[in-house]
Design a binder for this molecule. Structure first.
Ligand code: TMP
Ligand code: ASP
Length: 236
């Protein structure tokens, strides 16, 4: 299926229409941003790595019965997906304290959490994606109550599938961000967006070396190598 018109360009991806109204093409870019776009850069071959990494994760989730937008990867950077109406809530799941949670609760990075912690953020760049709770989601009508129940259930299931898969690859799944959307043709909730080192924290299980976008956010060097290493382990 051909890319037709560019519909939208985000920080890390471009979206194109196709001849089929219900399908779009996601093109993964090498551009990287952090801190609400204040820090900008490029990560060589990131588009290629993330397109493949995300496709591997989405195929794995489909095999475990999780409905996702994935149709198929078309080439190195282009992935054909179902068009969704994205729910403007970023769903963050955490297994180990890091980043904003470590700061908010005063925990040392690396502290194991007794149980997975689910958080919601309002997807709004102008507001800086503030943390919200279920009452905010209801009052702002960001998602229906039934939709939120499905999203919560799917988020915990996804965490279980990913943790089991990654443990076998000697990767700790510290935390990650998900986005869900509704397919207007059937009214059902599907997992959308991407799962990649841009949207997850991955640590080497033994050395605890960071293998994700924190290397870019925190200027740790060896950024490209981290993305490449994740892809290599996923394929091993
Ligand atoms: P945080 O610790 O900065 O809140 O990030 C939690 C997880 O969410 C981490 O794996 C990175 C991911 N994330 C995104 O995918 N997009 C974002 O805009 C932010 C802030 C975090
Ligand atoms: N992608 C987000 C931004 O550019 C933040 C992040 O991933 O750290 O603002």
């Amino acid at each position: 299926m051909e890319k037709l018109k560019k519909l939208y360009e985000g920080k890390a991806k471009k979206i194109y229409s196709t001849e089929d109204d219900d399908k779009i093409v996601v093109e993964y870019k090498d551009d990287a941003t952090a801190f609400d776009g204040q820090k900008k850069g490029q990560i060589t071959e990131k588009g290629k790595f993330n397109a493949e990494i995300s496709t591997i994760f989405f195929e794995l989730l489909e095999e475990h019965g999780i409905p996702t937008h994935l149709i198929k990867q078309l080439n190195e950077v282009d992935v054909l997906v179902k068009k969704l109406e994205i729910i403007p809530v970023e769903v963050v799941m955490r297994n180990i304290a890091a980043g904003s949670l470590a700061e908010r609760l005063g925990l040392e990075e690396g502290t194991e959490l007794d149980q997975p912690v689910l958080e919601f953020y309002y997807k709004d760049d102008d507001l800086g994606d503030p943390m919200i709770n279920e009452y905010h989601i209801q009052t702002e009508e960001l998602a229906k109550e039934e939709e939120l129940e499905v999203i919560k259930e799917l988020a915990f299931e996804i965490n279980e599938v990913l943790v089991e898969f990654l443990t076998d690859k000697d990767i700790d799944l510290v935390d990650f961000k998900l986005e869900f959307g509704v397919d207007v043709t059937d009214g059902k909730i599907y997992l959308g967006d991407e799962i990649s080192p841009d949207t997850c924290r991955f640590w080497d299980s033994k050395t605890k070396k960071k293998l994700d976008k924190d290397r870019f956010r925190r200027d740790l060097g060896e950024v490209e190598n981290a993305y490449q290493e994740i892809l290599k382990r996923l394929k091993s």
